[in-house]
Write a protein that binds this ligand. Sequence first.
Ligand code: GLN
Length: 310
Amino acid sequence: PHDLSRHDLDDILGTINDEARQRFGEGKVADYIPSLADVPADRFGMALALPDGTVHACGDARERFSIQSVSKVFTLTLALEAIGDDLWKRVDREPSGDPFNSLVQLEYEKGIPRNPFMNAGALVTADVVLSSFDDAEATLLDFMRARSGNPEVGSDDVVARSERKSGYRNVAMANFIRSYDNLHNDVQQVLDFYYLQCALRMDCVDLARSVQYLADAGRCASSGVQVTSAEGATRINSVMMTAGTYDAAGDFAYYVGLPAKSGVGGGIVAVVPHVMGLCVWSPALDEKGNSLLGRYALHRLTRMTGLSVF
Ligand code: GLN
C-alpha cells in the first residue's frame, strides 16, 4: 500500500490549484440548460477524503455544483446492494467507446445498455432503484447525506425541471429501452428519478467524503456504515475505471490511472483504492463532456504522488 506520510497533501493541492487557475479559459461550460450555462467557468476546487475522516481541500472545494452523472456511482451502489448480480442481466459492464448519451448500441444489444454509467444504463439502474425501495427519492437523499456527512444535501428543482424540459434524447432512450421490457416502472417516473439524481447539488468536500467508502473496502468514514462489501467496492471501482468517463476512459486510465466518474456539471470523483476518495470540480468541459481542468488536476495528482493504480 501507498505511504501517504511521504507527501504533504496540502502542498500538492496548493500547487495543483495554482496550475489549474493559470489554465482558466480552456474548455466550455455545458450549455444544454440555463442553470448549467450560467455557471462561471473560472472555478476550481479539489478535495481528498481519507479513511480516518481527514479531508484536505483547496480552491472552490466548498462551492456547490450540479453533480449530474457523478450520481450514477451512488445509484449503481444502491442497485447492486438491492438486487446483486441480477443487475448485470439488465445492464452490461463493458466500456462503450461511445458518448454518454449515445443510443447506437441499444438496438443490436436488444435494450441492454453497455454499462451503468452511460445515460441508457443509468436509466435501467434508476428503474432498479425505483423498484427496490418504497421511497426511492428519500432513499437516495438519505444515502447522499449519510455518505457526505452533510444533512443539507438536496436536489435542485430548477435543474431537474429544465432537464425534464430539454431531455428529448433521454425520453427517446427510456422509451426505446422500455420497448425491450427493460424498464419496469412508468417511463416518466424513471426519467424524473434520473433528473432528480442528476440535479443533486454538492461540493467537492461532500463528494470526496461520499466516494470514500470505495477506497476503504466499502466502509464509509462519515457514518461508520459498511455501505457495500469489499468485493462490491472493488467491482464498482472496476466499472468506473473502464466506463466512468465514457469514450475517454482509455485516456483517463492512461493519464490519470484511477477509477473515476465525471458529470457535465464539471465534477469528477475518483478513488485511490485503499487510500482515499477524491473530488475535483471545474465547470469547463472537454469535447467528451469531462471537466478539462478536473482531468488535468487528477493527472497532476497521480504524477506527483505516484498514486496511479498502475
Ligand atoms: N443530465 C445529463 C444528461 O442526462 C447528465 C449527463 C452527464 O453528466 N454526463 O444528459
